[in-house]
Design a binder for this molecule. Sequence first.
Ligand SMILES: [Zn+2]
Length: 702
Amino acid sequence: MRLFLIFLLFASLCSAPIAFGDDNMPSVATKNQNVPWMKDATDKVKGELLAKYSAGQSARIDRGLSQVAQFWRNEDGDAASFQEFIVENFAGDPATLATLFNRFQHLLEHLNGHMQEISREFRQQADLDLGPVLPFDELFAGYDPSAHVVDDFFNNKLAFVVLLNFPLTTLQQRLAQGPTWTRQQWAEVRLAQTFSKRIPASVNLDVARAGSEADSYISQYNIWMFHVLAQNGQRLFPPKLRLLSHWNLRDEIKADYADAQNGLAKQRTIQLVMERIITQTIPAAVINNPEVDWNPWTNEVTPAAQRDTDPPPSPQKQITNAAEPSTRYVTLLKTYRAAREVDPFSPTAPTLIARRFDEDREIPEQRVRQMLQQVVTSPLVPKIAKLIQARLGRPLEPFDLWYDGFRARGAYTEAQLDAIVSKRYPTAEAYKKDIPNILMKFGFTPEKAQYLADNIVVDPARGSGHAMGASMRSAKTHLRTRVESTGMNYKGFNIAVHEMGHNVEQTFSLNEMDYTLLEGVPNTAFTEALAMILQGHDLEVLGLAKPDEQTETLRTLNDFWNTYEISGVALVDMDVWHWMYDHPNATPEQLRDATVAIAKEIWNQYYAPVFGKTDVVLLAIYSHMIDSFLYLPDYPIGHLIGVQVEEQMKKAGAIGPEFERMATMGHVTPDMWMIHATGKPVGAEALLTATEQALTRLNAAK
Ligand SMILES: [Zn+2]
């Protein structure tokens, strides 16, 4: 829903002078080969504009014409209407340009804000605990009123008005020149960026179709564990345990550390299951099928000797051990081919890889790669590996990527916490009333706390809870929280504090922003980092002791190990997408072999020295690799950003004013945001330093 909303917001405070004339704003050279008269028409209309305005406008005229020309299609009009449009809509004097900017900012805020309000209302029955959800409620919830706004704006030519007058930019330009731009210039850049692509509806449909096909492949990829046998043929797992790849398989490995008797055998078996999924040597008959027993060690498949679920109406699959026919890679290839269809319509980011790094993340791929390599090659890795080995009392095995033992026992049991929370917050209303008080405990002044509380509507969530921001200043943010009939429990409270962190960020980053076109934060990692700051102090809100040093130390080590794991996963995802772009006609089998080779290569380089085993393919197990279009690097970047923000908060003391200072920077590049917030660009140093200190503390405590 925020696809369009993300760049757009409101005006009124924009009193700064508009950058004008031959400014230092960039231009992106382009050409449109589909419209044969375009070259002549632009030459002609340029002469007309130069005659009308001063020669100082020449560069702006060139830029505007080239930006419009590259998106103009035959159906938008002939040469005469093109020229007429240009002459009418080029803002050739400062006053007109200022009016144009302000009007767009104001109206887009209202467009986005009202679209958001419609979506929120349409989703109400699905999102809130308000009684049964009828089938048509689901249809309302699935409707996105803003889905065609960008198309509409090209069709009615408002997009061309923007492209004629404001600069499109590449990431390199935003990084190199962005720090010297005024806030006004940044707002202009974000305005133009909204229209940096004109993707035909049929292409969007292909992308959506490939995405949903991949989703449905992934969402039905269950392994029935009672039917997965150990090396010796024994049943290790309880009846009815159905694990979705990869999430549940990975989490089962984590949980198995607590099983002293069978944990290790279970973990080894799950590792093998994962490997067979990646290499596609898994028998097709065992996927989502409780009717067969499977020994992944021998790959033998037999009719289930014991039943743990009701029999299906008809037998699902033939009982053979024929391998899954590379469906995993068929599916991934389809997402790649759909993504590639967008390329010609996205001149400033002409590959999916560029769109992910240059547009969504706004950190160049090369820098992300360096940060991840800095983590996986850190000398801290073997030290922590040694520590894990000592805690496990055995050499590491590859599945120890998901080691889950850096946890301290809290001072309070969950039951004690539940009792405290349910007494304090018997209803959602009680929590709502306490919001100003909670916020003051985070160091917000009474006035600020009240102002924030007044901007948060508390609703009863159907699920565990979420936050929904507003997109115009006249609307409020919504906190959805779950309160049982017996009162709020601790888990619900912990989530509510996290979501309230989002509400606070959303309020600051919209209502206190100088330009609503700069609303928000650079990307979701930033809003998550801020929300987690509040969540991490939830015990203090309850008047309880904050976690002790030991807990903090273990949490840091856990965070480091998770980042080490997911960095390798992200590197595999990145290399696989490059491979697909380098081999556009690859078969699924070639993609399978390439993925396996890439996973082994990254393992051998960064993990084998630590785990003492080569050629492991586990880094390729994440389902996101198949259905999420190069999403995985967001996870390690998110860890790094989270630690950076957290370390800054520790230095600052009171959270409130620091939170506000950070959250009002808006949607600039991650590095600009982070330099403003912490003095340093986004990077791995904060995590590495915190981990080093945690290790020192741990050794000192021994
Ligand atoms: Zn969150």
